[in-house]
Write a protein that binds this ligand. Structure first.
Ligand SMILES: [Zn+2]
Length: 173
C-alpha cells in the first residue's frame, strides 16, 4: 500500500536556468540507456545478435555486409538471405565511397540522445560500384551546403559507451 500523509509528493517545475548542468558533458556519468526501440546503436554482442560480425568490423574501421552467393549483396546485413532463405552467407567489405541520393535536415524533435546535435543531416547514399542505397547520418558540412549527387565517404566511429557505428562524411568541395 502506498504511503500517505506527511510524504505527500510535491511537484517541482524547473526553470531553464535550474536545469543547466555546469559539468562539462564529457565528464558526466553516462546517462541511462534509452528504451530498446529508441536505441539507434543496437546491441552488438554475439550473445544478442547474429549480426555481431558487422559491429566487430566497425570497431576495426571496416564497413561490411553479408552476401548470398546466389542473390548478391544485402543491406542491411542479414542472418538469412531474404530471397532464397539460406543461412550460408559470407561477410564482405563494402566500398566506402558514394554519392548523396537524397537528404533531409533534422531541425527539431531529434531522437533521445541527439537533441544537442540539432540541426543535423540524414540521407540516402548510393554506394559506389554496388546497387546498395544506405540510410545514414551525414556529417562534415552544414546541411545547407549539401547537394544531391555530392560525393561522400563512409566512416566508422565509436560512440561514448564504446560501441561502434557508421556515418557518412560529405567531401570538402
Ligand atoms: Zn540468397
Amino acid at each position: 500500500m502506498a504511503e500517505s500523509g506527511s510524504t505527500r509528493p510535491t511537484r517541482t517545475v524547473a526553470g531553464p536556468s535550474s536545469t543547466a548542468d555546469p559539468t562539462p558533458r564529457a565528464e558526466r556519468p553516462p546517462a541511462a540507456p534509452p528504451p530498446f526501440l529508441l536505441d539507434f546503436y543496437p546491441l552488438e554482442d554475439a550473445k544478442f545478435t547474429r549480426l555481431s560480425p558487422f559491429f566487430d568490423a566497425l570497431k576495426e574501421g571496416r564497413f561490411t555486409t553479408t552476401r548470398c552467393e546466389r542473390d548478391g549483396l544485402h543491406w542491411p546485413p542479414r542472418a538469412v538471405c531474404p530471397t532464397c532463405h539460406t543461412e550460408e552467407l559470407v561477410w564482405v567489405d563494402l566500398p566506402t565511397r558514394g554519392t548523396i541520393y537524397a537528404f533531409s535536415a533534422v531541425l527539431a524533435g531529434a531522437p533521445i540522445g541527439m537533441e544537442s546535435d540539432v540541426p543535423f543531416a540524414v540521407g540516402l547514399v548510393d554506394l559506389e560500384g554496388t546497387s546498395l542505397r544506405i540510410f545514414s547520418r551525414i556529417v562534415g558540412r552544414a546541411w545547407t551546403e549539401l547537394r544531391v549527387g555530392q560525393p561522400v565517404t563512409v566512416e566508422t566511429y565509436r560512440i561514448p559507451d564504446g560501441r561502434a557505428f557508421f556515418r557518412v562524411r560529405a567531401d570538402a568541395s
